[in-house]
Design a protein around this ligand. Structure first.
Ligand SMILES: C[S@@+](CC[C@H](N)C(=O)[O-])C[C@H]1O[C@@H](n2cnc3c(N)ncnc32)[C@H](O)[C@@H]1O
Length: 237
């Protein structure tokens, strides 16, 4: 039902100034979109599938947006205490309330306002136990994903990505997203996101694992999500 090849195209939200009212509204829409997608429980299940032997202490989120999904995850993982979390995005989109909520949970927050490609090119200052990314990888073509995933593998013990699924159901969902009150920016970007989304074992094929050091899984998380997980052997059960 979907075209077989990915189509990666610039999204409107990435082109608007972060303070543009349409962009602000679209970021608020994303929170509702995550609820419609069931993102929090999909993310928790993906993390559980990593079977990490110890809870992570340092987390990196790439393309973190307003940080609200990770905050919901933080609230849902009471065993994760006193974490250090780095939120990387090309814009600093964190509201004061969100920052305060991370503080109240005892999570030490660093906001890294940086293009991810710049992060890849620089030697990252820190290593992370877990890298999380949601609705982010689909922005990049295969060649760029190769470079990005090599940097993630080099600097992180485990990785979870929850992305749009390139499927007929997700295609339909993206066209009906106005039902949750999404604005024109979100509606247009949802369609592009599904067209740039993933299917099959596309991310596994890009992940750099020539020596079998990683345990990887890639699967559909209905109704609209495609997950990829990777855990370095030695950090997972
Ligand atoms: C669709 S939003 C997803 C935000 C968040 N992960 C979520 O799921 O709600 C994509 C985010 O990626 C960021 N982004 C896009 N391209 C980027 C890049 N090259 N480097 C860093 N951030 C980028 C955007 O600023 C935006 O916040």
């Amino acid at each position: 039902m979907m075209a077989s090849a990915r189509i990666v195209a610039p999204e409107l939200l990435d082109e608007l100034h972060p303070d543009d009212p349409r962009a602000r509204r679209s970021r608020r829409d994303l929170r509702r979109v995550h609820r419609a997608m069931g993102s929090l429980s999909i993310l928790r299940q993906a993390i559980a599938r990593l079977q990490l032997m110890t809870p992570p202490r340092r987390i990196l989120e790439l393309g973190a947006g307003d940080g609200s999904l990770l905050l919901r995850l933080a609230r849902a993982q009471p065993a994760w205490r006193r974490l250090e979390v780095t939120l990387l995005d090309r814009h600093d989109l964190l509201g004061a309330e969100t920052r305060k909520s991370y503080d109240q949970l005892g999570w030490k927050l660093t906001v890294l306002r940086r293009d991810v490609i710049e992060w890849v090119r620089q030697e990252p200052a820190q290593r992370f136990d877990l890298c999380i990314t949601t609705l982010f990888l689909h922005h990049f073509d295969t060649a760029t994903l190769g470079i990005l995933m090599a940097a993630i593998a080099a600097n992180c013990g485990a990785f979870v990505a929850c992305e749009p699924r390139r499927s007929g159901v997700a295609w339909l969902g993206s066209r009906l997203i106005g039902i949750v009150g999404a604005n024109a920016v979100t509606r247009a970007d949802a369609v592009k996101s599904v067209e740039a989304g993933f299917a099959g074992q596309e991310l596994t094929a890009i992940w750099p694992d020539s020596h079998g050091q990683w345990r990887c899984e890639e699967y559909e998380a209905p109704p609209f999500t495609h997950c990829f997980t990777a855990a370095r052997r030695g950090v997972c059960a």
